[in-house]
Each structure stands twice: as structure tokens, then as C-alpha cells.
Design a protein around this ligand. Structure first.
Ligand code: MSP
Length: 511
């Protein structure tokens, strides 16, 4: 189903205590592919990412680094922006939770919750894990640690609480009425059973440190970092301004992309906060899986985090993006290994797609005076190939709307495979003498198939797709999905000199 509705997609905002790594690149690349896809559909898109800068964890890391929390946040937030640049991320906005627009919005939402009687002052006594910035029940602890393995500390202080317990039934009714709101299904079931087991009121302010947004009207309290962070999704739209801001255009969000570790915050607390403030919950939250590296959990102590500059420097931005989205079903866990990346690069990208493009463009350059050839009458094999190319958009659209990026890519590559088989069967090089008219038809069919492929891979490998579209002389304004059906290659169009796309990856020590 297609629609013209504006589209709002978000990534989690990243804690600035850490340096960006593969695990952060992942949701950002997925959100980017989605944003680009929807722009190509002709929708008005807002793609938001940014950094989460308050809380005890950041305060402690800044202290350890010997700088002020703001200085520390400035430095590391810039590293996440650099990650976006390296990976060719097309975000429309970048929010930092230390920005004035955010602070103002958080305080406004707090006041609204308070006005509606959703907040009360109480005494907190319990376990807190700074690493997770989360509270845990005694019953959740495993060998004295958080279920995530993080250290916990006991603390007692006067806190403001949000009446989360009162929202249990309304949350259950929301999941029931919106089966697509929490995905994938396994996560939905996990969330349902968590909420069915009963919800406790949630502490939403802290008094034992100061690096946070001051609670309005209650000096000494700062807003709990998760309440602060979640609200970024609406402060970036101009909340509390409603009518006149992007809020009225883009809220509720079409999709929040998050890791499975933070699903509870996004599918329980966040919709409850919103509903309690009289606002609409997001349409969908999708939780992706977790990457290991060469079979091991990524950790600071192992130093195996794979920073974006290493990833992009070694493989290139498009191959890295391709690997992340192709290798795993979005939602599953998986392993990032050099071997697996090289397998994809040299197989899917260089051999399959790169070769196809190269063969076709070089043959046209040599045999058709470097112009798009004029096709003669089409034969069955030609219409069959063009048929599968033209049917692709529908299939890709279905998979992208399920966030099944790996399947979207797989169906595109199936057509790459068909086109390679067609080249072998039609052997256009042999036709150049025996039947030049037939050769031109075959090369036209291939070039037109390549145009479809190049347009459809734009969300995943944007700069390579652009390079290929340039080589097919497809003008910038003919690269959206509507052009697939409306702007076939015109015979006689002069093509630039062919240049390889997707070079093979050669091991340094193999040279
Ligand atoms: N600041 C919070 C999010 C607030 S959103 C309102 C946070 N930040 S984080 O920097 O710790 O993590 C951000 C995202 O990176 C999470 O969605 C997490 O799942 C993802 N990943 C971090 N390491 C990862 C892997 N090893 N693999 C896949 N994703 C991982 O949580």
C-alpha cells in the first residue's frame, strides 16, 4: 500500500560516554535506508538522529576524562556526527539533549504531566545500574547484578514518580488495537508479558547528581535521563508548539528504530508518558538485534568496537552499509566478521552487480558508439527480464515496509542474477557481427534493467547507485520511483565512459 503521508523516522540518540562503533552505525544505517526509500517514494521525510548527553553515566565519564560534562558531550557528539558523514547518512536533523529547544520541551512536558496529576513526590529505595541508566527490582537481579550484567548500586532518595501503574490497561489496549506497533513479533510478545505481569510507578527525577535538566519548580531535582532522552523525538519537532510546528506534520512518528536492549523504554514507558500527557503514541517501534564481532561481544575492554572510520576506511561506506543490511534479518542477532564482509563484497557486490554493470556498459561503449542503443522488436527473453525488473518495486516496497531490509536486497539481487544469466545466454558479444540489430536490443534490455536496479539500490548503496545512474545518463530528477515506470532510457542518449563500480576487496597481505 502506498501513501503520500509525511514520514518520520528516528534512531536512538546515542550516549556520549562512548565512542561510536558498529553497534551505533547499525540503527543509523537502517533508518537512513528507510528515509531514503520514502523520499524516493515521493514522501516528505523527517529523519532524526542525535545524542543523549545527560545523566550519571555521562557525568562520571566526563569526570574520569577530566573535563566538564558539557565539554565532554560536545566532543563526543561531534564524533557521532562524523560517523553520520562517513556513512553517508542523510538525516534532516540532529538533536542534542543539551540544546535549549530540547530542555524547553522536556520541561513543558513535565509540567503537563504534573498538571494532569500523573506525577507525585515519593521515596525511592532500590537498585540502579548507571551503565544502563535503569532501575531494577530485587527479583530481577542475577548474582547481584542487573540482568544485563551491569553493576547495580542501592540508593534511597526523595524522587518524583510517574504513575506508570495506572497505565497498564491502557497500554494493553493500545498493543491490542495496534498489532503493528511493536515489532518484530517476538519482541511484541516479550513486551506484552512484561506489561501483563504488572507495572510499578517509575522514578523520574534524581537528586544525587546535577548533570541533567532541572525539574521545573522543584529545585534540587534533575529529570531522569530516560524521560529526558525519549522526549527528543518530539522536541525535535518543535514541541510544545503544536499547530505551527513540524509536530503537526510529523507526529506520531512512523517508526522508532531501536535496539532490543531498549525496547521496554520505547514501547512501555514512552507511550505511557505520551498518553498521560494527552499526546499520541508512535505508530511503530522496531527492535533490531545485536551484533557480535568475530564471535565476541563488543566491549570497551576488548577494544573490538569497530569504529566507523575503520569500517569505512577498510571497506568503503556503501559496502559497509550493504553488509549491515544484507547479512542479517533486521531483528535477529548476528556476527560481524571480516571473512563474511569480504564474502559479500567480492560475491554480491563485485562479481554479481559490479560485473553486470561493467559488462553492459563496456559493450555499449564499444559497440554502440557510446550511446543507448535503439532496440528492435523484443523477444520473449527480453520481455521476461524487463518484466522482472519492472515488478521489483512492488516486492521491495513490501519488504521495506516490514523493515525486512535483507529481503528487499535479496529480491533486487535475484534480478541481478537473472540479468547475468541473460547476458550469458544472449551472448551479445557474439552478435556484434552476426546480428547487430539483435545485439542492440539485448544491450538496450540490459541497460534498462540496470536503470531499474540502480534506482532501487539507492537507499542501500547511495553513492554507488548515483555513480551508476550517472553512467546511464539518468538525470537527477529522473531517479525517483515514479521514474521507474515513466522515464525509460531513450535510445541515442550519449553515455559517459564506463567506470567500474564495486571493486573487489583485495587483502593487503595478499598483494
Ligand atoms: N541513549 C540511549 C538511547 C536513548 S533513545 C531515546 C542508548 N544509547 S546507546 O548509545 O547505549 O545505544 C544506542 C543504540 O545502539 C541502542 O539501540 C543499541 O541497541 C545499539 N547498539 C549498541 N551496541 C550494539 C551492538 N553490539 N549491536 C547492535 N546494536 C547495538 O541506549
Amino acid at each position: 500500500m502506498t501513501t503520500d503521508r509525511p514520514f518520520f523516522v528516528t534512531t536512538p540518540i546515542y550516549y556520549v560516554n562512548d565512542q561510536p562503533h558498529l553497534g551505533h552505525a547499525y540503527p543509523t544505517v537502517a533508518a537512513d535506508a528507510l528515509a531514503r526509500f520514502m523520499r524516493l517514494e515521493g514522501r516528505r521525510v523527517k529523519f532524526l538522529t542525535g545524542t543523549d548527553e545527560h545523566g550519571q553515566k555521562v557525568e562520571q565519564s566526563a569526570r574520569a576524562a577530566g573535563v566538564s560534562p558539557q565539554e565532554f558531550a560536545d566532543r563526543n557528539s561531534a564524533a557521532f556526527r562524523e560517523m553520520d558523514r562517513l556513512l553517508d547518512i542523510s538525516n534532516d536533523d540532529y538533536i542534542r539533549t543539551t540544546e535549549e529547544r530540547h530542555i524547553r520541551g522536556v520541561q513543558a512536558l513535565w509540567r503537563e504531566l504534573e498538571r494532569r496529576g500523573e506525577i507525585y513526590l515519593g521515596r525511592f529505595a532500590g537498585w540502579y545500574a548507571v551503565r544502563d541508566e535503569a532501575f531494577y527490582d530485587e527479583s530481577e537481579l542475577v548474582d547481584g547484578k542487573a540482568p544485563t550484567g551491569a553493576d547495580v548500586e542501592w540508593y534511597e532518595e526523595d524522587n518524583y514518580f510517574f504513575r506508570l501503574s495506572a497505565w497498564q490497561d491502557r497500554l494493553l489496549a493500545w498493543y491490542e488495537a495496534n498489532p503493528e506497533a511493536v515489532a518484530p513479533r517476538s519482541r511484541r510478545n516479550e513486551v506484552l508479558s512484561f506489561v501483563r505481569s504488572g507495572l510499578k510507578d517509575l522514578s523520574i527525577s534524581r537528586t544525587s547528581f546535577t548533570w541533567g535538566i532541572p525539574v521545573p519548580g522543584h529545585p534540587g531535582h534533575v529529570v531522569y535521563v530516560w524521560l529526558d532522552a525519549l522526549i527528543n523525538y518530539i522536541t525535535a519537532l518543535g514541541y510544545p508548539t503544536g499547530e505551527s510546528s513540524e509536530y503537526s506534520i510529523f507526529w506520531p512518528a512512523d517508526i522508532h528504530i531501536v535496539g532490543k536492549d531498549i525496547i521496554r523504554f520505547h514501547t512501555v514507558y514512552w507511550p505511557a508518558f505520551l498518553m498521560a500527557a494527552g499526546l499520541e503514541p508512535p505508530r511503530r517501534v522496531f527492535a533490531h538485534g545485536w551484533w557480535t564481532v568475530e564471535g565476541q561481544k563488543m566491549s570497551k575492554s576488548l577494544g573490538n568496537g569497530i569504529p566507523p572510520d575503520y569500517l569505512v576506511g577498510k571497506y568503503g561506506a556503501d559496502p559497509a552499509r550493504y553488509f549491515l543490511l544484507r547479512e542479517l534479518p533486521f531483528g535477529s542477532d548476528g556476527d560481524f566478521s571480516h571473512r563474511a564482509v569480504v564474502g559479500r563484497l567480492n560475491g554480491d557486490l563485485a562479481n554479481d552487480f559490479g560485473n553486470l554493470a561493467q559488462r553492459v556498459l563496456v559493450m555499449i561503449n564499444r559497440n554502440c558508439d557510446g550511446c543507448v542503443p535503439e532496440p528492435d522488436a523484443l523477444e520473449v527473453a527480453d520481455t521476461a527480464l524487463l518484466g522482472v525488473a519492472r515488478a521489483l518495486l512492488g516486492a521491495v516496497r513490501t519488504h521495506v515496509s516490514d523493515q525486512a531490509f535483507h529481503l528487499a536486497i535479496e529480491v533486487i539481487w535475484r534480478v541481478v542474477g537473472e540479468a547475468n544469466r541473460y547476458v550469458d545466454e544472449q551472448a551479445p558479444w557474439a552478435l556484434s557481427r552476426s546480428d547487430p540489430a539483435r545485439m542492440r536490443t539485448v544491450l538496450y534490455t540490459l541497460a534498462e534493467t540496470l536503470r531499474h536496479l540502480a534506482i532501487l539500490v539507492q537507499p542501500f548503496v547511495p553513492s554507488t547507485a548515483a555513480k551508476l545512474l550517472d553512467q546511464l545518463a539518468v538525470p537527477e530528477d529522473r531517479r525517483s520511483f515514479t521514474s521507474l515506470a515513466t522515464a525509460p532510457l531513450a535510445a541515442g542518449t550519449r553515455l559517459p565512459r564506463p567506470e567500474g563500480i564495486f571493486p573487489r576487496f583485495v587483502e593487503e597481505n595478499a598483494q
